[in-house]
Design a binder for this molecule. Sequence first.
Ligand code: OMP
Length: 228
Amino acid sequence: SEQEVAPYQKAFLEFSLEQGVLKFGSFVLKSGRTSPYFFNAGLFASGASLFKLGRAYAASIMSSKELVTDGNVNFDVIFGPAYKGISLGAVVCAALYNDFGIDVGFAYDRKEAKDHGEGGKLVGASMKDKRVLIVDDVITAGTAIRQSHEMLINIGAKPVGVSIALDRAEKRSLEDPISSIQAVARDLEIPVVSIVSLPQLQGFLRDSPNYSDEVLEQVTSYRSKYGV
Ligand code: OMP
């Protein structure tokens, strides 16, 4: 069913639509599925939009009971996987400081190791023995996030959670009882926190006069086929 939409989530959806980040139509996903909506975080491409994006992530992180104890976050470093996670991680890290006075480290990786200069694939704060929050854009099947998690374990970091913009709430295969995000949380034993999820997008569409009933119907039928 649909979920309640908090004011910061509604603002985030409106803003994503305004920026053309969230679109309705017909889109082929990495999985091969044809989706009636697509979220392209790469289109947050200005100072104002990156600023607002970082604040929305920070608000979702601070609203999570699993990532926050007594007003303090339970991670030491934010890790942004290349490429898209790099800028996202940086703006989220800055927004946590600006909006909540929380100063954690920031690190990212390269896709290719450099053969000169500082070398290595990791840049920024040291993550060895540190509690790490992974920041990324969208999880559909969860392939990319599992690779980041494995890399962090291999370097002696302690991944404690994942923060994303959109939870598409899809199953990897139609027989699965849970979504790929729920499977990630279960298998890696860490919470996955999103700014918004598919049920909230449905709630938003239902309450919004700007979209035709057809859009909501397509999203709803997509969810009944692939979603949880
Ligand atoms: P998984 O690795 O399957 O979890 O897919 C995540 C990736 O899918 C993202 O990093 C995007 O490249 C892409 N994607 C989006 O960015 N937005 C969407 O709405 C849907 C997808 C997708 O292809 O599933």
